[in-house]
Design a protein around this ligand. Structure first.
Ligand SMILES: Nc1c(NC[C@H](O)[C@H](O)[C@H](O)CO)[nH]c(=O)[nH]c1=O
Ligand SMILES: CC(=O)[C@@H](O)COP(=O)(O)O
Length: 155
């Protein structure tokens, strides 16, 4: 299980159809996030479909297009601060946009967007062999656990 503070979840993905929506900046880190999310979903018995978008700012619109066609989504991105406030707007816009899709559609979205000041911070959370944390796995586990919780609520 990933780093300190990560919840201990028992996740079952049997019969679930999950779309992994992934941005395309910082390709090495993104590849690790996507690979870990997909393997976590498939190891849990879910069917995973990967959909790529240009950047993290485009994640919400892609999530909205997919939310009615999948049981759940995983949103993955890597945003690394540059020299202007652009980082703040991309991160805030994507985060609020993903929240809006989730609350308006009722489709759970595992949040796997890394918002980092440095590349080193992102690498440490990517689930690479020497990464202390695995945010791709965490986001995948979260969406499956949420769907399980929904089942309990509905019974
Ligand atoms: N700087 C990063 C970006 N910027 C691009 C935006 O996400 C967006 O694609 C652009 O503004 C066009 O609409 N995106 C990332 O995912 N990561 C970054 O570090
Ligand atoms: C977070 C970003 O969009 C980043 O690439 C912007 O860099 P800058 O603020 O130097 O334009």
């Amino acid at each position: 299980m990933a780093g300190s503070g990560s919840p201990i979840l028992t996740v079952d993905g049997t019969g679930r159809r999950i779309a992994v929506v992934a941005s395309s900046w910082h390709d090495v880190i993104m590849a690790a996030l996507v690979d870990n999310a997909v393997s976590t979903l498939e190891d849990a018995g879910a069917a995973a479909t990967v959909v790529r978008v240009p950047g993290t700012f485009e994640l919400p619109v892609a999530c909205r297009q997919l939310a009615d066609h999948f049981d759940g989504l995983v949103a993955l991105g890597v945003v690394i601060r540059g020299g202007t406030p652009h980082f703040d707007y991309v991160c805030a816009g994507a985060t609020q946009g993903i929240i809006d899709v989730m609350t308006r559609t009722g489709t759970p979205i595992g949040f796997g967007v890394l918002t980092c000041d440095t590349e080193q911070q992102a690498l440490a959370r990517a689930g690479l062999p020497d990464s202390p944390e695995n945010k791709g796995r965490e986001a995948a586990e979260a969406v499956l656990a949420t769907l399980t919780a929904f089942d309990a609520i509905r019974t």
